[in-house]
Write a protein of this length. Structure first.
Length: 369
């Protein structure tokens, strides 16, 4: 095999596929990036058996071939090469030579035939969204997945399609995030649970252009994202997702409309007094036309009053401030509506069309007052 490509094209391709290289594995071949120049296109592939990424790069194929190179060494070499043309060639299945200007590396390689290719997926069942929309939907929900495996369902996000609406849901036992987006076309009903790790990596790879499109295909066990010369294949999480509709309510005793930026900045300031890992609640006292926010910790105390519009009853309620900050940060509206039932029921932050809904459970604040 012998190929020539620019350092920038190679570095971009390596950066994309490296996200599917496992950090720990008992199979050395999975620690590799596959360079496949056996057809008319140069393809780079990595696969950890849960997540696989393949991308094609511009370049010239002088001699066709296929080889697997250790991802960590290969990516470090590519990153530190001069900004010039890179030649990769092999004369056997066990050695690869990388040349760029005066730099020459001779490194160990493995036969490409041993590599685990991405599973073939029929693309007859797919939806199309813009890169911008997908990136935004992930940003607006990913923060409320669980970060441990005690409940596998909570480490993923529900993708539910009904007619022309895609609903994305995440939850971690303390909060729920829901985003709904309208699709251009209508589709058959579908529900799949996508691993959070997959969505985080997708979010890093896609550019986020409003005009660029992503095709999302589904099979029984896999989800496939195709965009900009790249294919990402991920295993789905098996099982039935939580019945979140039972947790959602339109009833409320208190409704508050408030400036989002003021509320976010105020809670952000309050967290200056909280040590990381400390579970001090922020206490919210809602009265006629104002909301008072108070926090007390070993470092001191703070209180601040923000003007708001209130319907219904006065209320005193406590929350984990981080959960409020996470939700408010991803809402783009200038003003937000908060709905409360009582001091022990969840708070809902949602817009009138319910294109977003954030449910946050309160905390017992009696000990903190």
């Amino acid at each position: 095999m012998k190929i020539v490509c620019t350092k920038s094209n190679l570095a971009k391709g390596v950066s994309i596929v490296s996200k599917a290289v496992p950090s720990k594995t008992t199979m050395p071949i999975l620690e590799c990036i596959l360079i496949d120049a056996s057809t008319d296109v140069i393809k780079l592939t990595a696969n950890d058996m849960e997540l696989g990424i393949e991308t094609s790069i511009e370049g010239e194929i002088i001699d066709r071939g296929i080889i697997a190179i250790n991802a960590r060494i290969f990516s470090e070499i590519v990153r530190k090469l001069p900004d010039s043309d890179v030649v990769i060639e092999t004369d056997s299945d066990s050695q690869a030579m990388i040349t760029c200007e005066k730099a020459k590396f001779n490194i160990a390689a493995q036969p490409g035939d041993d590599f685990s290719y991405l599973p073939a997926v029929e693309k007859d069942d797919f939806i199309t969204v813009s890169e911008f929309t997908l990136k935004e939907v992930i940003r607006q929900t990913i923060f409320s997945i669980a970060d441990n495996d005690t409940n596998k369902m909570m480490t993923g996000e529900l993708f539910e399609i009904e007619d022309n609406v895609l609903k994305v849901v995440s939850l971690d036992g303390h909060r729920i995030s829901i985003r709904k987006i309208e699709l251009k076309d209508s589709y058959q009903p579908k529900k799949v649970i996508v691993p959070g790790k997959t969505l985080q990596e997708i979010s890093k790879i896609i550019g986020g252009e409003a005009e660029a499109e992503v095709d999302i295909s589904f099979t029984r066990n896999h989800i496939v994202f195709e965009f900009d010369r790249t294919v990402v294949v991920s295993r789905l999480i098996e099982g039935e997702y939580f019945r979140i509709d039972q947790m959602l309510s339109s009833d409320y005793e208190t409704k508050v409309r408030i400036n989002k930026r003021e509320l976010l900045d105020c809670i952000d300031r309050a967290t200056l007094l909280i040590k990381e890992g400390d579970k001090k609640p922020i206490i919210i006292d809602i009265r006629d036309d104002s909301m008072e926010l108070k926090i007390k910790s070993q470092f001191g105390s703070m209180d601040e009053v923000i003007l708001c519009t209130k319907e219904g009853k006065d209320l005193l309620i406590g929350f984990n401030p981080k959960f409020l900050i996470d939700a408010l940060r991803v809402i783009d509206d200038e003003e937000v509506d908060l709905y409360f039932m009582n001091a022990k029921a969840p708070c809902f932050i949602k817009d009138e069309t319910q294109s977003y809904i954030y449910l946050i459970l309160p905390v017992n604040f009696n000990a903190a007052v």
